[in-house]
Design a protein around this ligand. Structure first.
Ligand SMILES: [Fe+2]
Length: 301
């Protein structure tokens, strides 16, 4: 499928032309730093919250960041108007264009991974994947590092492994607000390991975590607890097989830090809260990643 162009209309009949003109002026390129050093804003779950994404763009500029890495539950959702009126699930192009416009207005790019609350099948149908596992959502401004993607920025080897388990899935409707593709598969970990190769990774971006944040307890529902434990084991497996020194993740809506011991050495885990905690200046809904040092600056402190 081609990307929308000027004078197209989106799924709701709204014209694309104003925003398309602004973000396409950047030209077709992959988002990411171009120099040997960079600062990148790290953001936890955004849940389709366009206002919060606009604030993240401003925070990125204020703290000298070229762009934003978002850690899943981004908002790759169906167009609800089409879903209700035509009973047809299609990705919400108008919202993605609005995100691209926010980024362009502030001169930043954005790379996202997927979470459990994203419409993976719709987005995979809409946006082709490249050899690195990246799907361009809006050329040069916004893209999605799908599960198994690997790339290098500032000499740092990045990998992506989105996905997780929805603990509220019983209140959701399959194909509309929940997708079984949320679950991390062995094939996706294999693809990540294959792309990482003998060199491995320096940093792994995940939605779920290799460890339950210390402030949380396992769920009392045994089925759900087992599913969540399996998902954490998938992330642990991915860390063991790709050997990063840092893992950044979202999903749990709490900020936390941990250091885990693996056969290849210590791994620093940094978890980020979501837009829902953004009112709390100490909620750690975002931070600043410095490249190539991999240091995290909690700039809100
Ligand atoms: Fe999540």
């Amino acid at each position: 499928m081609r990307h929308p162009r000027a004078h197209d209309v989106d799924m709701t009949g709204n014209p694309y032309h104003c925003v398309v003109a602004s973000w396409q002026q950047r030209g077709a390129c992959v988002p990411g730093p171009r120099a040997a050093t960079a600062r990148v804003l790290i953001a936890g779950d955004t849940h389709g919250n366009l206002d919060w994404i606009g604030t993240l763009c401003k925070l990125a500029v204020r703290h000298g960041c070229e762009g934003i890495i978002q850690l899943g539950d981004f908002g790759l959702w169906p167009n609800m108007r089409v879903l209700r009126s035509e009973n047809r699930a299609v990705i919400n192009h108008g919202w993605l264009t609005a995100v691209a416009e926010r980024c362009t207005t502030h001169g930043v790019w954005m790379r996202v991974i997927d979470g459990n609350h994203d419409a993976h099948p719709l987005a995979r149908d809409a946006f082709p994947v490249d050899d690195a596992g990246i799907r361009s959502l809006r050329d040069g401004v916004l893209d999605w590092a799908d599960r198994g993607a690997v790339w290098t920025w500032c000499g740092v080897r990045f990998g992506a492994l989105g996905g997780g388990v929805s603990i509220d899935r019983q209140s959701r409707v399959e194909g509309r607000s929940w997708w079984p593709t949320e679950v991390i598969t062995g094939e996706q970990i294999d693809a990540l390991e294959d792309r990482a190769g003998a060199q491995g990774l320096d940093i792994l971006l995940t939605h779920d975590s290799p460890v339950l944040p210390g402030s949380l307890r396992p769920l009392s529902d045994p089925v759900m607890a087992a599913d969540c434990a399996r998902s954490i084991r998938c992330v642990i497996d991915a860390v063991a097989r790709t050997r990063p020194t840092v893992v950044l993740h979202g999903h749990y809506h709490v900020g936390h830090r941990a250091v885990l011991d693996f056969a290849h050495g210590s791994v620093r885990v940094d978890g980020f809260a979501s837009d829902e905690e953004s009112h709390d200046p100490h909620g750690r809904s975002w931070g600043v990643l410095e490249l190539p040092s991999l240091g995290i600056v909690d700039a809100w402190r």
